[in-house]
Design a protein around this ligand. Structure first.
Ligand SMILES: Nc1nc2c(ncn2[C@@H]2O[C@H](COP(=O)(O)OP(=O)(O)OP(=O)(O)O)[C@@H](O)[C@H]2O)c(=O)[nH]1
Ligand SMILES: [Mg+2]
Length: 403
């Protein structure tokens, strides 16, 4: 799955746990995702350590025996960065850093680092920088910054070419400044959105890397950056799209992820306002991902956080071209059919019985079933459009007539 590794990738070790909330399989899936995040940030994973712990050690998160194992591996292989899948308290981070003498990151700081690398506009940069400093402030005392040889690299990079500041006083001032700047930008963005008029607003949402931008490109014939890395899109793109004469606005926005740092949810207020103010949500799902149902849950949790859980929503199951399932041999009478044996048809039946024609199955890449997609979106947008522009209904027949 991963591209050829280059020499300047940082050497990284991952640490995860197994407990009553996550069994071995779950833990593996989470670490797979963490590895993908690490790779996106510019790291190469040399080893994973997994420990069974029900209650994390308050001082070092994992137990001392495991920590010794990690320590000798880190020494032997000159590891520069250790990433924990779970959020560490500032105290834990400090203690672990003292033992391992290298950079200690967690999922949150890794995601923040990727966001910093991906932020293009000054608006996105401001949002990310604020989130980074809010995360860092309580952690500055113990930070690895005193390890001079470790300066820079993953977790130390601010937006653009900058390196993050580690002086507490400067950080505090910077936070205050960034907050002010964001208030101004938020106002400008709100004005911009209200200037867009009464056109129906549709937002593409979903877990990261599911194909939102690819779908946006196919539907709007635009050119939005799509890539097989996480968080390819940070800035919202809005395009006017016309289906069968009917114009509406389609926005492509930042992907969600399990445990999206709360600092990010807050500072991405304007970006998420795009979702909050949308009339219709297209929830894109990568059905070829073994964990797609959990992705749906994570997305729904964030929708609830931003009070958008009750909006009209069409579920768009993408990447059907890539869907694979395990077969049960005909003479195998023992294996019980579970979800991993589901065919695509089984999933279609399951979802259609749940939400009827609000479930669509497509491939944005191979342009499969896109006419169904257009038809369905047209119907839904039309419903909203005719309530806003009641005088020219005749322009939009019930059924789409492609011009
Ligand atoms: N096989 C397959 N791959 C797809 C399909 N749609 C998108 N992809 C691939 O999935 C990867 C992610 O696509 P993007 O469009 O960047 O996904 P995104 O949801 O915008 O991702 P973020 O912006 O990172 O949240 C790319 O490598 C696409 O080529 C599809 O229908 N089938
Ligand atoms: Mg995207």
């Amino acid at each position: 799955m991963l591209e050829k590794k280059t020499l300047n990738y940082e050497k990284v070790v991952l640490i995860g746990v197994i407990n009553q909330h996550q069994d071995e399989a779950k833990s593996k899936e989470y670490l797979d995702e963490l590895e993908f995040l690490t790779y996106t940030a510019g790291g190469e994973v040399l080893k994973r350590f997994i420990q069974k712990v029900d209650i994390p050690n308050p001082k070092t998160f994992i137990g001392s025996g495991k920590m010794q194992e990690v320590e000798s591996f880190v020494d032997e292989h000159e590891i520069g960065t250790v990433v924990f899948d779970d959020e560490l308290s500032p105290a834990q981070q400090k203690n672990i850093e003292r033992i391992l003498r290298c950079k200690i990151l967690d999922r949150t700081s890794l995601i923040l680092d990727i966001f910093a690398q991906r932020a293009q506009t000054s608006y996105a940069r401001t949002q990310v920088e604020l989130a980074q400093y809010q995360y860092l402030l309580p952690r500055l005392t113990g930070l690895w910054t005193h390890l001079e040889r470790q300066r820079g690299g993953i977790g130390m990079r601010g937006p653009g070419e900058t390196e993050i500041e580690t002086d507490r006083r400067i950080v505090r001032d910077r936070i205050a400044l960034l907050k002010k700047k964001l208030v101004t930008i938020d106002k400008q963005m709100a004005t911009q959105r209200s200037n867009r008029g009464a056109l129906v607003r549709v937002a593409l949402i979903g877990y990261t890397n599911v194909g939102k931008s690819t779908l946006m490109n196919v539907v709007s014939k635009s050119d939005v950056f799509a890539e097989n890395k996480l968080f390819a899109t940070l800035d919202t793109t809005v395009r006017k799209v016309v289906i069968g004469n009917l114009p509406f606005l389609l926005s492509d926005t930042v992907g969600f992820i399990r445990k999206l740092p709360t600092q990010l949810v807050e500072s991405f207020k304007s970006t998420l306002d795009e979702v909050r103010e949308a009339d219709l949500l297209l929830h894109v799902v990568d059905i070829s991902h073994p964990n797609f149902e959990e992705h749906i849950e994570s997305v729904n949790t964030i929708l609830t956080e931003i009070k958008s859980q009750d909006k009209p929503t069409i579920m768009v199951f993408n990447k059907i071209d890539n869907y694979v399932h395990e077969e049960i041999e005909e003479d195998d009478l023992i294996t019980e059919k579970t979800k991993k044996h589901f065919t695509l048809e089984d999933w279609m039946d399951t979802w259609m019985s749940k939400i009827g024609d609000n479930a669509l199955f497509i491939s944005a890449l191979n342009k499969e079933n896109l006419s169904d997609f257009r038809e369905r979106v047209y119907k839904e947008v039309r419903k909203i459009h005719v309530t806003r522009f009641p005088y020219n209904n005749f322009l939009y027949p019930e059924i789409i007539e492609e011009s």
